[in-house]
Design a protein around this ligand. Structure first.
Ligand SMILES: Nc1nc2c(c(=O)[nH]1)N[C@H]1C(S)=C(S)[C@@H](COP(=O)(O)O)O[C@H]1N2
Ligand SMILES: [Mo]
Length: 262
């Protein structure tokens, strides 16, 4: 079957355009709607629209929000659980890896690893909490991948830890649930789609560059997801919840796209 530029089949593309038209019809006033419809809404138009300047329209926030949630669904459809993020050789690892958080380095949480327990909530059969040694004792995998931050930097690093799919299986997670959400020691939070949670490169990272994960990069454990942007890689995890409830995220609730594919 011939694929459009987006990698959608013609049937999918038609559905995307139709849905965008319905969104527009619901959310733009009649003059703005006429303007868009006069120009004719093509798939290219929809793509442009999601990034174009809508400041003139009466209810910009709700239009952009709908398009962002719509964009989540398109990314969800396009996400291929079998396609891997590039992995690199050790000589490509960044010499100095950036620290980033919604605060400065002086406020990095100092988590006590001996007292730390990972709490498990939601749609799982085994809700027992986890200590750090228990996680260190599970089978570990390693990856050298690129972290991409929307603030305009990217860096290749090495992370090691437990494959998240293995962990979810072990705790008896309902993998038909829609989301996995995370709460962190610093009030950061985010959530991801189940397909990305089960992706083979999504790991509970316990190490960085061959040593215990340092405080600045998320000690004692962060979720490393190379198929997603930096803000979808939560550090200092305290609670993991499997849920069908949409819980958003720290930056997502400020308007960053929720799916956040990289
Ligand atoms: N707990 C927590 N996780 C977080 C953040 C944060 O502020 N707090 N910032 C996110 C953002 S925007 C980025 S780019 C990466 C930065 O990770 P690094 O410090 O390991 O480079 O962490 C992500 N995860
Ligand atoms: Mo980021």
């Amino acid at each position: 079957m011939k694929k459009s530029n987006l990698g959608l089949s013609p049937g999918d593309a038609e559905a995307v355009v139709k849905e965008a038209q319905q969104l527009l019809a619901r959310q733009l006033d009649s003059s703005a709607r006429r303007r868009f419809l006069r120009q004719g809404l093509t798939l290219g138009g929809v793509v442009m629209l999601t990034g174009c300047d809508l400041r003139e329209t009466p209810d910009v926030d709700s239009v952009l929000n709908s398009f962002s949630r719509f964009n989540d669904r398109v990314q969800g459809w396009l996400f291929n659980p079998a396609s891997l993020s590039p992995e690199y050789s050790a000589d490509r690892i960044a010499k100095s890896f950036p620290f980033n958080a919604f605060y400065g380095e002086e406020d990095i949480p100092q988590v006590n690893g001996e007292q730390w327990r990972l709490e498990i909530a939601g749609l799982v059969s085994d809700k027992r909490s986890w200590s750090l040694p228990q996680l260190y004792n599970m089978q570990q995998v390693d990856q050298i991948t690129r972290h991409i931050c929307v603030e305009g930097w990217s860096a290749i690093g090495r992370w090691g830890g437990v494959r998240f799919a293995d962990f979810l299986k072990l705790i008896g997670a309902d993998t038909t649930a829609k989301y996995v959400s995370f709460k962190c020691a610093d009030d950061y939070y985010t959530s991801i789609d189940m397909a990305s949670a089960l992706h083979p490169q999504t790991i509970m990272a316990l190490s960085w560059d061959g040593r215990i994960l340092p405080p600045e990069y998320g000690y004692p454990m962060k979720i490393r997801i190379p198929t997603k942007l930096g803000y979808k890689n939560p550090k200092h995890i305290q609670v993991i919840e499997v849920t069908n409830r949409y819980t958003g995220g720290y930056w997502e609730d400020e308007g960053y796209n929720w799916f956040g594919g990289s």
